[in-house]
Write a protein that binds this ligand. Structure first.
Ligand code: GLN
Length: 460
């Protein structure tokens, strides 16, 4: 049914870079046999899933939305993918994304943009717009995304889907092509909070192949979501963050987004939660710090695309026996898009001697201050809430020539990545002025992912 749905709508939505119909059907057949024999390998055995094209899939091309990886077929599975296969989830295919996960609209994909199923002239968010659009358009019931600065949560908000960024280290990064190692985290993209909890429990937990993976059991996420679904939040204190669309800091936020956010807070109060206002003064510098730390790490990670090891190799024109350096230059020139080049330049500049302390070093200090703000805020509240994205989905092309306007979409999502804390975006209804989806973000302390599920499920 999902393959039929993909055949019917993906020509317009373009959520997928690649569909593996034969593979998915074979896996579904195996699952069917297991279920009939009473041998289901997990509660999601047989439920198909789409995977963002930044996770290595054995035998299936993995492009990261970039020309430079065109034709590369990984010889191994990312741990997340291996766990999906082991649990019996048929993999429908790989979803579109901004090149190397840099962007907020999926327009930076080298293979053309994804369209928002709510309005095909609008963006589906990014970088994981393909995964969010696939789930929103009923092409897949579940998907995997990755979130370095908001790429699971912001697409969730603008497509009316649920997206979770787990605690840093809670889900293995092995086989996830790194954008920024200290920020990246894979997580669930679903239509309900309970689905996300089921998927998170399946992909999460310690992995010896990832040195940053946390070696302790996950809290009970499904149990927390089931508790939340009852709609009782008594005993929970919710902190509204002043600097993230709280009273007096509404600049840049769309009126209809703020209205829906306030409604969500009211619903939490109706469910028995107590609300306090908390201030996180360093959050106003999060975007600036992120756009130094991320390009620094990304420029270093992308150095491995040297035309020798993976995918594309372009020979310089008119050079008889080009040197390795000339081949590398021609390949990187042709293989990387503008946004990737912009960030490589920013990152190498920020790391260069003489500037390192002034830029990268300062950004790391701001990062510490943001972590302290979180600690302070979580001493007053169990979870923090804000609108996930400042506006609803904007028109395709609207911000393409204005990188700073594009970066501002992640204002509210970036602090969580800098501090490593978990967050969820849950649909909060349609904005009055344009009838498009909005999302509410719920953040919890590191390792307390269960709280985002409890509070998120109470809103459904
Ligand atoms: N939009 C942000 C960026 O461009 C977030 C990306 C992400 O989470 N992968 O960096």
């Amino acid at each position: 049914a999902h393959l039929d749905r993909i055949a019917a709508v993906d020509g317009e939505v373009h959520a997928f870079l690649q569909v593996d119909g034969d593979g998915a059907l074979a896996q579904a057949g195996d699952s069917d046999e297991r279920r009939r024999a009473g041998n289901a390998q997990s509660r999601l055995d047989g439920v198909p899933i789409a995977v963002k094209d930044v996770l290595a899939t054995r035998g299936l091309p993995t492009t990261c939305g970039s020309r430079i990886l065109e034709g590369w077929v990984p010889p191994y599975d990312a741990t997340v993918v291996a766990r999906l296969r082991a649990a019996g989830l048929p993999i429908l295919g790989k979803t579109n994304m901004d090149e190397f996960a840099m962007g907020s609209s999926t327009e930076h994909s080298a293979y053309g943009p994804t369209h928002n199923p709510w309005d095909l002239d609008r963006i589906p968010g990014g970088s994981g717009g393909g995964s969010a659009a696939a789930v929103a358009a009923f092409e897949a019931p579940l998907a995997i995304g990755t979130d370095t600065g908001g790429s699971i949560r912001q697409p969730g908000a603008v497509t009316g889907t649920v997206g979770v960024k787990p605690t840093y280290g809670g889900v293995s990064r092995y086989g996830l092509v790194a954008l920024a190692n200290s920020l990246d985290q894979a997580g669930p993209v679903t239509r309900t909070v309970l689905d996300a909890a089921l998927l998170h429990e399946l992909i999460g937990g310690h992995d010896p192949l990832d040195s940053t993976s946390i070696d302790q059991p996950l809290p009970g996420l499904v149990a927390a979501a089931e508790q939340g679904v009852t709609g009782d939040l008594s005993g929970v204190t919710i902190g509204v963050v002043t600097e993230l669309g709280g009273p007096g800091s509404a600049e840049g936020y769309q009126a209809g987004v703020l209205e829906r956010f306030q409604e969500s807070v009211d619903l939490m109060v109706d469910a028995g939660a107590k609300v306090v206002e908390v201030s996180c003064p360093s959050f106003v510098h999060a975007l600036a710090a992120y756009y130094l730390i991320l390009p620094a790490e990304a420029s270093s990670n992308l150095a491995k695309f040297d035309a020798m090891r993976y995918g594309l190799r372009v020979l310089p024109e008119g050079v008889e026996s080009p040197s390795a350096e000339e081949v590398m230059r021609a390949t990187r020139d042709a293989g990387f898009g503008d946004e990737v080049k912009r960030r490589i330049i920013l990152g190498t500049y920020a790391l260069s001697s003489g500037y390192y302390d002034a830029y990268y070093g300062q950004a790391q200090k701001v990062r510490t201050l943001i972590t302290r703000d979180f600690e302070q805020a979580f001493s007053q509240a169990d979870v923090l809430v804000s609108p996930t994205a400042p506006t609803t989905a904007f028109k395709l092309g609207e911000k393409l020539d204005d990188p700073l306007a594009m970066y501002l979409n992640d204002l509210a999502t970036i602090p969580a990545n800098l501090a490593g804390v978990p967050g969820i975006s849950v649909p909060s209804g349609l904005a009055e002025e344009d009838g498009l989806p909005t999302g509410v973000q719920i953040l919890a302390p590191a390792l307390a992912d269960d709280r985002v599920y409890r509070v998120g499920a109470a809103l459904e």
